[in-house]
Design a protein. Structure first.
Ligand code: DON
Length: 309
């Protein structure tokens, strides 16, 4: 039997001399100030056992990984009605592309590209003030991770609010097509704040555990979503979680995963574990360079894959 702590340690060790590779997400100025020489891995098995290495306790900006949690909330609120607003096909385009949105009349391809996540934020906002919706998202993530200390990094939220011109364009485009029900500033307020939530690899792996264990959070024993919904969220992560790098991630890693420009990736080995990796340097698709390499090695060494043994 493979000792998972040995696997996690060996992956960290084998990549340690590459720490610092990749490019920081400098289009959000606050993220460009992060020390790139950081690398953490946390793996939580479905029985709640944690295996960690490196900077697994350091908080980082989860950015687009938060879209998994807002999607879960939005599906809880309006169920399959969400698919009238957002598609569920891979985009083959960059996460912040506007081209497809015009061709497809304001309906984003999937809930993980920025446009799709902005439409999801609009759904979460329904019936709330922006600050209530933000509070609901933070509370949900705290509940999933069983950790009340999780919070928003307001410097990151402010930094993106001041410079997120492309997202302003995407949101206005959708509003023009009638696919946002609330004022653009309110929707983007929710979106920028949930992207700015800061978590460690360990907290993130805990929070993702419901996707590895048929919709239940084994730590609290409670059901978060139905098992079929968990499977479908995993399917979306596999097909769309790494944008135009999703095919390559599926080929190399073979597990559902969601990346963020803060350098984190949440990956799910169904029935086995939730895994969070973090290293700030990104590849050309805006996904963590070392994080992807770490998950590739980890999948090889555990034999975990959704495609077979
Ligand atoms: O909207 C943005 O551009 C960021 N708040 C999130 C983008 C992101 O994390 C893309 N993921 N790799």
């Amino acid at each position: 039997m493979t000792d998972l702590q040995d696997v996690v340690d060996s992956v960290y060790h084998d990549l340690a001399d590459r720490i610092g590779e990749g490019k920081l997400a400098d289009y959000i100025p606050e993220l460009a100030t992060i020390d790139p020489k950081q690398f953490g891995i946390a793996l939580v098995t479905t029985d709640g056992t944690v295996h960690a290495a490196g900077d697994a306790e350091t908080s980082f900006s989860i950015q687009s990984i938060s879209k998994v949690f807002t999607l879960t909330l939005a599906l809880g609120k309006i169920g399959d009605g969400l698919w009238k607003r957002v598609g569920r096909e891979p985009s083959g385009n960059a996460f912040n592309s506007i081209v497809q949105l015009e061709q497809e009349k304001g309906k984003p391809r999937n809930p993980f590209i920025n446009a799709g996540a902005i439409a999801v934020a609009d759904v979460v906002l329904a019936g709330h003030l922006p600050k209530e919706a933000i509070g609901e998202i933070v509370q949900f993530i705290r509940h999933l991770a069983d950790d009340e200390s999780i919070a928003i990094d307001h410097n990151v939220a402010r930094s993106e609010t001041q410079t997120g011109y492309r997202n302003v364009a995407l949101a206005n485009f959708m509003r023009a097509f009638g696919n946002l029900n609330h004022p653009v500033e309110h929707v983007l307020g929710v979106y920028f704040h949930h992207c700015a939530i800061a978590m460690s690899c360990r907290q993130l792996a805990h929070a993702g555990l419901y996707l590895a264990s048929a919709g239940r959070n084994p730590l609290s024993g409670g059901s978060v979503v139905s098992s079929s919904r968990a499977r479908r969220i995993n399917a979306l992560m596999l097909m769309c979680g790494h944008y135009d790098g999703s095919g390559d991630f599926a080929y190399r890693v073979g597990l559902p995963g969601k990346s963020g420009v803060g350098g984190g990736i949440l990956a799910i080995a169904p029935g086995k574990a939730s895994i969070a990796v973090w290293s700030p340097g990104l590849n050309e698709n805006g996904n963590s360079l070392l994080g992807s390499a770490a998950l590739e090695l980890l999948a090889q060494r555990t034999g975990w894959s959704v495609f077979g043994q």
